[in-house]
Ligand binder design. Structure first.
Ligand code: NAP
Length: 404
């Protein structure tokens, strides 16, 4: 049975409606929103993920599951954007100015502004790229027209037998694949699902810098953990040199590095969430326009399950200040990234007070809350209100979260 259709939400009966949209520039095509929507209002074609205004009932279930915040977009419109219009976009249209006739007693001075201000409530603001970041290329290869990459390497990164994390190198030959540090690509697993449809791509952060895993080569690397029943992670972790892989992307337009030598980066990650930070670090090591100071808090179960543990330890402190913390070392107390942040609170307080600081959080969704609590406590200890500080940083393109 089809779900009942519904009219978009009218505003004060004045001939305008509030419409839920997705920002195609920021969306990384992970399709989590589509899988979460209880009323089937979110769908995709080869190019974009879109919201059907006749089905969306504003339940907000899709908002917290989106890793990038691209889902948290709203426009007040006289005529809702059709699915075809949304499918054709590469950028989200600006809010159009509307003739208003709602009187103050019907909803304040400006009901449309009030309504738009409600957006991003759940995420604390719209994510923005750092002002000095290079402009990324987005959605160059889509579901209908993926790039074909050839596997140039597949190396195991962890000694823990129960924790297989791989470094996969993909070569794109003559096909352009311009990626910036912090962007992701999709891998389409071969075969079809139970309904006979091709599988959707799975998203992986690129772990190499913009000039290639091997400098000057048209290749990139991914950091992929084998999940016990993971369809795509097993496919990727089992790839052999020379195998062909179908790739979509690049995706992501905000989780990017500032090209500002005075910037200071505070990177916080768990497990394979370290992938983009390897790219950031290599960018700096190779002498690209990169921030002056990079501090990293990196949580893993044990040294044997921390991806790139060996090479990471050799990175000099002048390039990367490292805080590696472990939660499952026999005989030792469990330590999470947020615990170490509290130990290093004076240094973090100094960074929070500096308008050149950029914060990046990547990895397990569960870490977000603990990390925010640590920031709140540190901010309050120096008289800063955390919510306002974080929202201002996000507005200035200095606060970035990508968690799954
Ligand atoms: P993992 O090994 O399961 O966990 C890494 C560390 O995080 C462990 O020490 C774990 O401790 C700890 N941890 C667990 N809950 C925590 C919490 N609430 N706060 C702080 N630390 C916590 O990690 P993984 O298997 O590599 O998973 C990494 C995650 O990152 C995956 O969910 C993946 O999808 C995501 N990821 C995201 C991106 C991205 O956003 N771009 C990229 C790559 C990966 P315990 O001993 O308690 O388990």
């Amino acid at each position: 049975m089809n779900a009942p259709t519904k009219s978009p939400e009218p505003i004060h009966g004045k001939g305008v409606v509030k419409q839920h949209l997705i920002d195609p520039e920021i969306c990384i095509r992970c399709y989590t929103c589509e899988m979460t929507c209880p009323v089937g209002a979110i769908e995709h074609d080869d190019n974009n993920v879109v919201v059907d205004v006749t089905k969306c009932d504003f339940c907000m279930d899709c908002i917290p599951v989106c890793p990038t915040g691209s889902i948290d977009e709203w426009r007040v419109v006289k005529e809702p954007y059709s699915l075809d219009e949304q499918y054709s976009w590469s950028e989200l249209p600006e809010q159009q100015s509307l003739e208003q006739d709602a009187s103050p007693d019907e909803g304040g001075d400006d009901p449309i502004a009030a309504l738009l201000a409600e957006a991003h409530k759940g995420t604390g603001g719209k994510p923005k790229a750092p002002a000095s970041a290079a402009r990324p290329t987005v959605n160059l290869y889509n579901l209908g027209k993926p790039a074909t990459a050839r596997v140039a390497g597949n190396f195991r990164l962890t000694d823990d037998p129960g924790h297989d994390v791989r470094h996969i190198i993909l070569d794109f030959g003559a096909q352009p694949m311009p990626v910036l540090e912090g962007q992701s690509v999709g891998i389409i697993p071969p075969g079809t699902d139970s309904e006979g449809k091709p599988h959707l791509p799975r998203l992986y952060s690129v772990s190499s810098p913009r000039d290639g895993e091997r400098r000057g080569y048209n290749n990139l690397s991914l950091t992929v953990k084998r999940e016990e029943k993971g369809l795509c992670s097993n496919h990727v972790c089992d790839l052999k040199i020379g195998d062909e892989v179908q790739v979509t992307g690049p995706f992501g337009a905000t989780f990017l590095m500032p090209d500002d030598p005075d910037a200071r980066l505070l990177l916080i990650c768990t497990g394979t969430g370290s992938a983009p930070f390897r790219a950031f670090t290599m960018r700096k090591q190779r002498g690209g326009a990169a921030p002056g100071e990079i501090v990293m808090f990196f949580g893993a179960r044990t040294p044997d399950s921390l991806p790139y543990f060996g090479p990471l330890k050799k990175v000099p402190e002048r390039v990367l200040k490292k805080h590696l913390v472990f939660s499952r070392i026999p005989g030792a107390e469990k330590e999470y990234v947020q615990d170490r942040m509290m130990v290093e609170q004076d240094m973090i307080a100094d960074m929070l007070n500096d308008a050149k600081t950029h914060i990046y959080i990547c990895g397990l969704r569960g870490m977000e809350q603990g990390v925010e609590e640590a920031f709140r406590s540190i901010a309050e200890s120096i008289g800063l209100a955390w919510d306002a500080t974080r929202d201002a940083m996000r507005e200035e393109g200095r606060y970035h979260v990508e968690t799954y």
